[in-house]
Write a protein that binds this ligand. Structure first.
Ligand code: GSH
Length: 217
């Protein structure tokens, strides 16, 4: 069975969402971010991203990692492309052209959007209030205006990124764009992005991930 190392409150949520979309059984092996652990070196510390046992699985010291019958993969977005390609379904590419487009949008998310989207999240919600820098959040928001305009335009034709249907490309990009949701003005300026993200989040598989995230201690 597919093993997913991580917790819902991490990028592992992307893989859990996809597994649920595909109806894939999986085992979630809880590994928390080391910064969430009060005393990471304590003998009774939970498995975390700097635990020697986990570093043997992912020497990068990051979650998620998956173990798919012995195939170890890191990088949340790449894992999703792999799982979609392996298991098929309308979420997967129907041909090599779609595969190219799905890869393009996934790398777009990772390079054009994620660094600034994460800055928005960190400096509005994620960091403790004392560690939030409003100027950093503002600069990241400004830097996201152009990529959001690109995404908005790409959604004009069908409301989805590839093939006129919800695919792994939408899921991967939505998981990155979600980080920027505290910057409401970005979404007001890109109404197609706003309604597309709402449509992605209306999917039952996403609702199940969200419920599990809220239940996670
Ligand atoms: N590019 C990687 C980033 C992984 C990553 O940074 N994960 C965070 C959690 S979302 C993490 O493990 N942080 C804990 C740490 O750095 O110790 C991916 O998408 O999988």
């Amino acid at each position: 069975m597919l093993k997913i190392y991580g917790i819902h409150r991490s990028r592992a949520a992307r893989n859990i969402w996809l597994a649920k979309e595909l109806g894939l059984p999986y085992e979630l092996i809880p590994v928390v971010q080391s910064y969430r652990v009060a005393n990471p070196n304590a003998p009774d510390a939970p498995l975390h991203t700097r635990s020697p046992a986990f570093l043997k699985v992912n020497p990068n010291g990051h979650i998620p990692t998956v173990d798919d019958d012995g195939l170890i993969l890191h990088e949340s977005l790449a894992i999703n492309l792999y799982l979609a390609r392996k298991h098929g379904s309308p979420l997967a590419p129907a041909n090599v052209a779609e595969e190219g487009q799905m890869t393009m949008w996934t790398l777009w998310a990772a390079t054009e959007a994620e660094p600034n989207a994460l800055q928005v999240l960190m400096h509005t919600v994620l960091n403790a209030p004392a560690n939030r820098d409003p100027a950093a959040a503002e600069a990241a928001t400004a830097a996201l205006q152009a990529p959001f305009a690109v995404l908005d335009e790409a959604l004009a034709a069908t409301g989805w990124l590839v093939g006129g249907r919800f695919t792994v490309a939408d899921l991967n990009v939505a998981e990155v764009v979600r980080f920027a949701t505290p910057a409401k003005a970005l979404f007001e300026a890109a109404p197609r992005v706003k309604s597309w993200l709402a449509a992605c989040h209306a999917r039952p598989a996403y609702a199940a991930v969200l419920a599990a995230t809220k239940a996670e201690t």
